[in-house]
Ligand binder design. Sequence first.
Ligand SMILES: [Ca+2]
Ligand SMILES: [Ca+2]
Ligand SMILES: [Ca+2]
Ligand SMILES: [Ca+2]
Length: 286
Amino acid sequence: MIVWGGTNGSIPLLSGGRYDPAGDTWAATSTDGAPEARTGHTAVWGANRMIVWGGGGSSSSYLDFNSGGRYDPLSDSWLPTSVSGAPSARSGHSCVWTGADAIVWGGRMKSTGIRNNGGIYALGQLTDGDGDSYSPCTGDCDDASAVTYPGAPELCDGLDNDCNLLVDDGIVAPGGVAGLAVAPVGDASRLSWPGLVSATAYDVVSGTLSVLGGTAGSFTSATERCLANDLASTAVDDGATPSIADGFWYLVRAVNCVGAGTYDDGGAGQTGARDAEIGAAPGACP
Ligand SMILES: [Ca+2]
Ligand SMILES: [Ca+2]
Ligand SMILES: [Ca+2]
Ligand SMILES: [Ca+2]
């Protein structure tokens, strides 16, 4: 809790204190660089600073201020608030912090009376806090995340990446995964596939490819195993071994925040969905 300014009954003050409720201790706020002594000002907390603005000086001169100060409790130091474009001097006004700006409104100037206007004070918004080359003043809607800025690709991440006020908008379910390859790794089979930009994970299912005891080369009609569910990588090993003269088939589908794609790669020249042909149930992997 920070207390600052006010009056001792005869003169306005520019001193104050920081109170630590955990330690029940007080420390003085620096007066070096502090705003002129005043009362009737406002103080709000925003951008990790206490922002003091307005108020009046000594009762003898009846001066009001349109100046203020930014107090950083970590360094116990003050910087002035800009007076460029600031509202006219006043006391007894309102000031709120919106989460991005301080808004001043109303109040009274002793020489000219009640104010019905105000101003918006932006603090720290010219700074690019996350290194994505946009500041809040140039449209960065989240200056603590480098994947959010105007025109950023919208990702499946629960964030409004392109700063159009819509979260994960315009994202569609991923397309089919093409180019599944199988290679031996020791006694296992390593499945790998090219990743899709639109995917955040993959499901891999498998069944039996029977050669004997049925139509040669026919697929089983149902998925028998969910080899991987919501796998983040684009490779998985299968240590299972098919029966003599049988084989395994594998299908991969991509998943993102919208849902799951199909087990069909959708490639050119195909004569229908592979998942339909061999009966890989879409729900085989939860
Ligand atoms: Ca930024
Ligand atoms: Ca950002
Ligand atoms: Ca968006
Ligand atoms: Ca997003």
